[in-house]
Write a protein that binds this ligand. Structure first.
Ligand SMILES: Nc1nc2c(ncn2[C@@H]2O[C@H](COP(=O)(O)OP(=O)(O)OP(=O)(O)O)[C@@H](O)[C@H]2O)c(=O)[nH]1
Ligand SMILES: [K+]
Ligand SMILES: [Mg+2]
Length: 367
């Protein structure tokens, strides 16, 4: 049996099993088995076995990368061409785009890479179409544009979410606050700071047994589900990626129905064909990326507000700032003077490990 067939078998069994007190151990076990099999599929596609593909992933440039994912012919390529000026073939037939097409956009001083990808369909994660390669790229981006055609059923949204979840991508979600500390002996010890309303002991035991973890402290600091527990165990293979639902083709949609679309969280209606509402899309992109713009102020001079150094918020220390200017800067570094939100005193003397915030002004003092 192939991994995909085994996954199908477990999914079928789960669908047949009613959730109640007597089945929770069994269901927990099935979910853990499923998560392990899906991880095998992910590592297959990143190591080249059926995924990856020559020339499919592209060299990364810019401070962050945004990937376009959606069903065929929803208008991904039209959007890339509009936003970046890079031509990506668009046509009325499905699967026009067959590989990754990168483009670059400069926004608020930040150079950002956008990746137009082939369309995906139901079953993508299990190898349908170019789904595996698309998903391998999707796992590596900093923000996803999940492009939907407003004229197509909203069910497409569910299918795409399901496909991405199946490969360990978690959309617009924080990692569950569960700390698992493995021990040599002593069994499973559970503590919780909030009541656990979704999980019972049988489920926890089943999952830990399936992962062959016999002794561990598990500290729940959120009202976790069994899926959250599995995500915590599988933390290394999970990707927490912000996403925007780009509801495209509103030019061919009745205005009365538009109100409904505004109710979907993290969504924005646009027309890539007509170029409608793209400014709002870019502003939303900016808010989601949470980039950090830092202005340099040479000693004794005014700050240069024309060209910020842009950092990602997971890499925004003074050291990251130095490295993005020049490799040698760190070795000459004595300390830095910072003005702005990241410091209490204006200015404040800081070292390499200090984390900067958006719109800070910095002066580097050399040895
Ligand atoms: N009415 C309307 N049509 C659009 C819009 N955006 C794209 N289209 C049309 O939709 C069709 C598909 O557009 P593409 O940009 O090729 O879509 P895609 O998502 O890249 O498609 P694949 O690469 O095949 O997955 C083309 O005929 C476009 O002209 C839009 O905003 N409004
Ligand atoms: K198309
Ligand atoms: Mg395309």
């Amino acid at each position: 049996m192939t991994t995909v067939e085994k996954i199908k078998g477990i999914e079928d069994e789960m669908a047949r099993t009613q959730k109640n007190k007597n089945t929770s151990f069994h269901l927990g076990q099935l979910k853990a088995k499923l998560a392990k099999l899906r991880r095998e599929l992910i590592s297959d596609s990143s190591s080249g076995g059926g995924g990856g593909g020559v020339g499919f992933d592209v060299a990364r440039t810019g401070v962050a990368t945004i990937g376009f994912v959606g069903f065929p012919s929803v208008g991904k390529s039209t959007l890339l061409s509009k936003l970046t000026g890079t031509h990506s073939e668009a046509a009325a037939y499905e699967f026009t785009t067959l590989t990754t097409v990168p483009g670059i956009i400069k926004y608020k001083g930040a150079k950002l890479q956008m990746l137009d990808l082939p369309g995906i369909i139901e079953g993508a994660k299990d190898g349908k179409g170019r789904g595996k390669q698309v998903i391998a790229v999707a796992r590596s981006v900093n923000l996803l544009f999940l492009v939907l055609d407003v004229n197509k059923p909203l069910q497409h949204k569910r299918i795409i979410e399901y496909e991405l979840e199946g490969v360990g991508i978690r959309i617009n979600k924080e990692p569950p606050n569960i700390v698992i500390t493995k021990k040599e002996r002593g069994g499973i010890n559970i503590t919780n700071t909030v009541p656990l309303t979704h999980l019972d002991n049988d489920e926890i035991k089943a999952v830990m047994a399936e992962y062959k973890i016999n002794s561990a402290n598990i500290a729940f600091r959120c009202d976790a589900t069994v899926d959250d527990l599995i995500d915590a165990i599988e933390a290394k293979s999970r990707r927490y990626i912000p996403a925007i639902y780009v509801l495209n083709k509103i030019d061919s949609f009745s205005v009365e129905e538009l109100d409904l679309l505004y109710k979907i969280p993290n969504a924005i209606p646009i027309s890539s064909g007509q170029g409608w509402n793209l400014d709002d899309l870019l502003q939303m992109m900016w808010d989601k990326l949470k980039l950090v713009r830092v202005y340099t102020k040479p000693k004794g001079k005014l700050p240069d507000f024309s060209e910020p150094v842009v950092l990602r918020n997971d890499r925004c220390s003074v050291e990251d700032f130095c490295n993005s200017i020049h490799k040698s800067l760190v070795s000459d570094f004595r300390n830095a003077l910072v003005f702005g939100q990241s410091v209490k005193h204006q200015p404040q003397v800081v070292g390499l490990s200090h984390d900067l915030q958006d719109e800070d002004v910095i002066t580097i003092l050399k040895k």
